[in-house]
Design a protein around this ligand. Structure first.
Ligand SMILES: [Mn+2]
Length: 316
């Protein structure tokens, strides 16, 4: 079984690097930190490389040990968490490619199985929930610190237990974490209950620009680089904008475009029936049925029109 292979590779490795997708979210950071702490429980040290991550996660256990880069280019083992393709590793791709053995642990349906060993379960609402299965199999003890990282990922990737990916198992896992002393309300407050002023201003502007199209079944908005510079935004301040459009009554698909150095990044969300992962894949992206993303070259207006054309065919 894959998990036996993964444990064997971990035991053999003298140097391990942990990586996630660029612009990491709570699940990416939570799963990497949980894995790092769990490896320590198993007597293994690992480097966690993340050039940038949102400041609300700085308080997570082990976050002070996250490094921006490493001198080591050929780790014995690389483990990519919450990352659907090698391309999405961004600047960390070199560490993955340079490693002798490559492992992928993920829950994206669009995962390209780019590791030597791939443990992918698209039904898992978060990689963090999947990690509980993995750590259980490894007989690694889930400490309060590990549980805190894991719960952060579960809460962020499920929108606070709101999505249909949540199962009874999710709540059983959370109940176990609660019994270990993990503070559910504190994590909730940290993740959803507080935002920097720059983030608030960016969200206010994006909300102001929302257009309701296609019989009000589609919400569209955008943010330019100039907007983010003007407010002094940090990495991750745009997180949550696309959900604001989706949450409006009658909206099935929310589209959010954002200028990045690599091109226009599109985020797609759906409420009930449109498979936005399929739409994203038409543009070389991917993700989940209700949450997906893509990065393309072109003008904002052009890309908006192209995505709208694609989304239109799925609307009822
Ligand atoms: Mn995830």
């Amino acid at each position: 079984m894959t998990l036996d292979n993964i444990l064997e590779e971990i035991n053999k490795a003298n140097s391990i690097v942990l990586l996630a997708h660029e612009n990491p979210d709570g699940d990416a950071i939570g799963s990497c930190l949980a894995m790092k702490l769990a490896l320590e429980e198993l007597g293994k040290k690992a480097d966690l490389i993340m050039p940038e991550y949102p400041q609300e996660f700085e308080i997570l256990p082990g976050a002070n040990e996250i490094i921006k880069e490493s001198n080591i280019k050929n780790y014995d083992l690389a483990i990519a968490l919450d990352c659907a393709s090698i391309k999405l590793l961004g600047n960390c791709e070199e560490y993955f490619n340079g490693a002798k053995v490559k492992i992928v642990i993920d829950h994206h349906s669009s995962n390209t199985m780019y590791g030597d060993f791939n443990y992918v379960d698209q039904d898992a609402p978060a990689v963090c929930q999947l990690l509980l299965v993995v750590l259980g199999y490894f007989k690694a003890q889930v400490t309060k610190d590990i549980g805190t990282c894991i719960l952060t990922g579960i809460i962020t990737d499920t929108g606070g237990f709101r999505y249909e990916s949540v199962t009874a198992e999710t709540f059983r896992f959370v109940a176990d974490l609660y019994d270990k002393g993990v503070k559910v309300s504190k994590i909730y407050q940290q993740v959803f209950g507080s935002k920097p002023r720059a983030k608030f201003e960016l969200h206010r502007l994006a909300q102001d620009r929302i257009e309701f199209l296609e019989d009000e079944k589609v919400a569209y908005t955008y943010i330019t680089r100039e907007d983010e510079e003007r407010f002094g935004c940090k990495n991750g301040d745009h997180d949550g904008i696309v959900e604001e459009g989706r949450d409006v009554e009658g909206v099935e698909v929310s589209i959010f475009l954002r200028e990045t150095p690599k091109g226009i990044k599109g985020s797609l969300r759906s409420k009930n029936y449109v498979n936005v992962s399929q739409v994203a894949m038409m543009f070389g992206g991917g993700g989940h049925i209700r949450a997906a993303g893509l990065t393309v070259q072109g003008s904002m207006d052009q890309i908006k029109a192209q995505i709208l054309n694609a989304v239109r065919t799925y609307l009822k």
